[in-house]
Design a protein around this ligand. Structure first.
Ligand code: FES
Length: 215
């Protein structure tokens, strides 16, 4: 992460995106008081593992329903959420589906094994790349439905602090916002009840994150 932090933000598009990501991460960290947004290095991968972009293992056993943890993989924030039964119900509700841009994930923004209504392997656990598909800020986690916060009639999801793009708790983008695509889903596999391995596909899949439409 430190090498990215010193990159020239004007060098090229990809670097600018990294820069924006870091800016948003810094802002989110400062304003994280009311938001469950802990960074976790639960399995403490070695620095050379992270630098090489190797798969990392994440312990999700302590993530309570409705909570999110964030880990870094290949310099990207990976958002892991344990969705509540209510949140899973909301993801299927017609009133939400009709305000989403791509409710059925027709655009390639996820591996084939996450091309379903919950965009994940296990419906309860969301795994998303936390980079807004507009210009790369990190969307802020507002999991709870609210009449007022952060916006009127909020069903629970993510709000991008940069230009207001909205995503649901499966990373599906709303219609009429600047972001054009759903949040990417990284390759990952379920090792056991407690552990996910980010960056490695389940047996039989050769999904490559670079094949998606936009990250
Ligand atoms: S970067 Fe997220 S809305 Fe612009």
């Amino acid at each position: 992460m430190s090498t990215t932090a010193h990159a020239d933000p004007h060098a090229d598009g990809a670097t600018r995106r990294d820069f924006l990501t870091l800016l948003a991460l810094a802002g989110a960290a400062v304003g994280a008081g009311a938001i469950a947004w802990p960074f976790i290095d639960s399995m403490e991968p070695a620095a050379d593992t992270l630098a090489a972009g190797e798969p990392i293992e994440v312990d999700i056993s302590k993530v309570a329903p409705g909570q999110q943890i964030v880990v870094m993989w290949r310099g990207k924030p990976i958002l892991l959420v344990r969705r509540t039964p209510e949140a899973l119900k909301t993801l299927q509700s017609p009133s939400l589906l009709h305000i989403l841009s791509d409710p059925n994930s027709t655009v390639l923004q996820q591996p084939p094994y996450a091309n379903n209504w919950h965009r994940s392997v296990n419906p309860e656990i969301a795994v998303l790349v936390g980079i807004c598909t507009h210009l790369g800020c990190v969307p802020v986690f507002y999991p709870n439905p609210s009449a007022t916060d952060p916006q009127p009639n909020w069903p629970g999801g993510y709000l991008c602090p940069c230009h207001g793009s909205k995503y649901d708790l499966a990373g599906r983008v709303y219609s009429g916002v600047p972001a054009p695509y759903n949040l990417p889903v990284p390759p990952y596999r379920v090792v056991n009840e407690k552990t996910l391995r980010i960056g490695e596909n389940p047996a039989g899949s050769d999904f490559d994150l670079n094949s998606i439409v936009q990250i």
